[in-house]
Design a protein around this ligand. Structure first.
Ligand SMILES: [Fe+2]
Ligand SMILES: [Fe+2]
Length: 193
């Protein structure tokens, strides 16, 4: 069965969700930094560095939009609020929870970027190159979050799937389900060899 979806539409949705996601990440780190200044000043500079990367990513995705006819997500306010609340609550639970939250979000983002990369390789090489360079930094954030955890217990087991699931849901909603369609499309490509 062939799917008649226009790949250009998916490219626009990729940009839209990535831009919104980076904005959400800026807000997560912002809330974490806000709490960490009071409670865990030692990790503030690390968090600020990571937030600076997200600010760069957000700008890069925004800059890539006009040439592809893409526009920012209409529910940016939800990404903003969701990001802030998530960052705020997890930071209140403690330093370790900050890193669990970061691990959950960054690993979900990393997986989605991987799927996008496979989709874009032949369809939009410029955007592919941009996402590849961004994915490298997201991987560094993920590694940092994993290495910064002082212990791995029940909290991590419980929170990873919840936060990862919420991130997945936001991505799915913002792409009108394209995140699952892309996965199916990639599986078809692989089968077709
Ligand atoms: Fe990012
Ligand atoms: Fe990141």
């Amino acid at each position: 069965m062939t799917d008649s979806r226009d790949p250009a539409l998916t490219v626009r949705r990729i940009l839209k969700v990535n831009h919104a996601g980076e904005f959400g990440a800026i807000r997560i780190y912002g809330a974490q930094i806000f709490i960490a200044r009071w409670l865990f000043p030692d990790i503030v500079s690390k968090l600020e560095e990571m937030r600076d990367d997200e600010i760069d990513h957000c700008r890069l995705f925004r800059d890539a939009m006009p040439a592809r006819g893409a526009r920012p997500c209409r529910i940016m306010a939800l990404w903003s609020l969701g990001g802030f609340v998530l960052g705020f609550l997890t930071a209140l639970c403690g330093q370790n929870t900050i890193w669990i939250c970061t691990e959950a979000v960054e690993s979900t983002v990393h997986r989605h970027l991987g799927e996008q990369l496979r989709f874009l390789q032949k369809r939009d090489p410029d955007l592919h190159a941009l996402i590849l360079s961004i994915q490298e930094q997201e991987l560094a954030h993920l590694t940092e979050a994993e290495n910064s955890q002082k212990h791995r217990g029940t909290m991590r087991k419980v929170l990873l799937p919840i936060i990862g699931g919420l991130t997945d849901l936001m991505i799915w909603l913002s792409t009108w389900g394209d995140s699952s369609w892309m996965r199916a499309e990639m599986a078809r490509d692989t089968l077709a060899g």
